[in-house]
Design a protein around this ligand. Sequence first.
Ligand code: ATP
Length: 221
Amino acid sequence: MAKKQYAVIGMGRFGTSVAHTLSNLGFDVLAIDADEERIQEVSDWVTHAVATDSTDEEALKSLGLRNFDVVVVAIGEDIQASILTTLILKELGVAEIIVKAQSELHGKVLSKIGADKVVFPERDMGMRVAHHLISPNIMEYIELSKDYSIVEVKAPAFTVGRNLKQLDIRARYKCNVLAIKSGTEMNISPYPEETIKASDVLVIVGKNEDLADVELAFAEG
Ligand code: ATP
């Protein structure tokens, strides 16, 4: 299978981080920014770096963006530029367009005009930090939809040495343990008899309101 081709438009902190991670993973990345200096800064480590205004349809066409598998639009502040760029990419027929939104309203517009995925990095990170504050045992919080999420939670002391059947998370909290992480090992279909060890991490899926109960219960120890 051919390696996917990625383009990232907007080399702010978010766009740079996306491009950097993809490059480190060995993928080809085309970086685009209107600011010549930003392009200079990233040109050493991305495959191609081009200084151009992404609201210029002809420029995007001539870069062959149509042929990229995924284009990430990481323009935050200039909402108009972000929307216009997304619209042009959609018209060019880009297979997958992922756009960073500045606000809920910006996000709604992006979805309406055909962004395949809208991300809210500041909002999501804020949410994660807050969850971690409530319960330091919460390692990760991933929103699946408006109502459902996945949490990764360090096994508190009261769970250690007990198995999933005894903990009965399903009946007690209406949530499901998807997996148990033990160091680098990941048990992705744990049996009810699976005993929790100290330093295990439980991956739990559920409704947000039910997960909130799990978070509180697992906050101790
Ligand atoms: P971050 O929080 O990720 O640092 P941000 O959300 O504040 O970024 P901006 O700084 O507004 O976003 O934009 C990120 C980058 O996008 C900047 O480097 C900017 O030069 C670039 N950019 C803005 N408008 C355009 C455009 N029309 N064409 C190409 N690049 C653009």
